[in-house]
Design a binder for this molecule. Structure first.
Ligand SMILES: [Fe+2]
Length: 175
């Protein structure tokens, strides 16, 4: 729990491995992908109602692709987890769903408020993704998963680049 709070406070994509004393490479991969898949699935879930209520064509356009990307990431990690022998999947907490989904689905909250919430997660982008970058760098055996994670990471950088762009556009009132 302390590691999770620290990661949340430090805003990182993953709080680190929890489980066996001497985890194998596969143990570390499975734990990471279980946690990450749950977040990706959640992202795809809360972005959908946001698209429906956004008054901005520009925001809707970019969010449609970001939402689809998160859905693909979640689906592909679930597929890979199954191939690695997993049959059950971690989900984000009900508390998180209850607070975040209504916020992003709200027609009263502005796109700028919602984008503000997201861009501040990425204040230090490389540090935010450091747990994933490090995992990719340490994988020696499971090259398929390694390259799945590397290409997902590249997608995430593209997503954050667009968040920062559209946040600036929203802040200046040009969209
Ligand atoms: Fe993603």
């Amino acid at each position: 729990m302390a590691a999770e709070n620290q990661a949340v406070r430090r805003r990182q994509v993953y709080a680190g491995y929890q489980g066996k004393e001497n985890p194998t490479e596969k143990d570390r991969i499975v734990h990471f992908m279980q946690m990450y898949r749950s977040t990706e699935h959640f992202n795809a879930t809360f972005i959908l109602p946001w698209i429906e209520v956004s008054p901005s064509e520009a925001v809707r356009g970019g969010l449609r692709i970001v939402q689809a990307r998160e859905g693909v990431h979640a689906r592909m990690m679930r597929e890979r987890l199954r191939e690695l022998g997993e049959t059950t999947f971690v989900d984000v907490s009900e508390e998180r769903k209850a607070t975040q989904i209504p916020f992003f689905a709200s027609p009263v909250r502005s796109d700028l408020e919602k984008m503000d919430m997201l861009v501040h997660i990425f204040d230090d982008l490389d540090d935010f993704f450091e747990p994933l970058t490090t995992l990719i760098d340490t994988i020696k055996e499971d090259l398929q998963t390694r390259e799945m994670l590397r290409t997902i990471l590249e997608d995430e950088y593209a997503t954050v680049k667009w968040f920062l762009f559209i946040h600036k556009e929203l802040s200046s009132g040009s969209v």
